[in-house]
Design a protein around this ligand. Structure first.
Ligand code: SF4
Length: 154
């Protein structure tokens, strides 16, 4: 399954970011950082995606969207939480409408630190995710059962 290392497709979702981390994710696609040199394609379709990149903390409406997107993605798949808000809720974590980081909803494979996360850190996180994706693909190929869909707590 080494082709996953060469052509992973990435889905980016803004769970309630201030847009600081989103701008840095988009910067990764510019010629300056050129994340496509790893064969990574930014897709808008969860059914085509291997990597779910989430920015911002999770609130009640985006929680449902995150679950919906994640459960539409085929196995194997990995989740990358970009920025402090996606990791923990960040500076918004104690506000009335914030549930916390992405791992309050989904299993997160890679946490990218920063506020905002720097493009170099995001690319490093995605490259780490590729290794995890390959491990998961090998496990599935060896006969491991696909993990069940993640259910909401409601
Ligand atoms: S980590 Fe910082 S830049 Fe990123 S969404 Fe949160 S407040 Fe904005």
């Amino acid at each position: 399954m080494s082709f996953f290392k060469k052509s992973p497709w990435l889905l980016h979702y803004d769970a309630s970011s201030c847009n600081g981390c989103d701008i840095e994710v988009l910067a990764c696609l510019t010629p300056v950082y050129d994340v496509e040199r790893f064969g990574i394609v930014n897709t808008g379709n969860p059914k085509h995606a291997d990597i779910l990149v989430i920015t911002g903390s999770v609130n009640e409406p985006t929680r449902e969207v995150i679950l919906n997107l994640y459960n539409q993605m085929p196995h194997p798949k990995v989740v990358v939480a970009v920025g402090v808000c996606a990791a923990t809720g960040g500076i918004f974590r104690d506000t009335y409408n914030v549930l916390g980081g992405v791992d309050t909803v989904l299993p997160v494979d890679v946490y990218v630190p920063g506020c905002a996360a720097r493009p170099e850190a995001i690319i490093d996180g995605v490259v780490k995710a590729l290794g995890i994706l390959e491990t998961k693909a090998a496990a599935l190929k060896a006969g491991a059962a696909e993990p069940a869909a993640v259910e909401g707590s409601k």
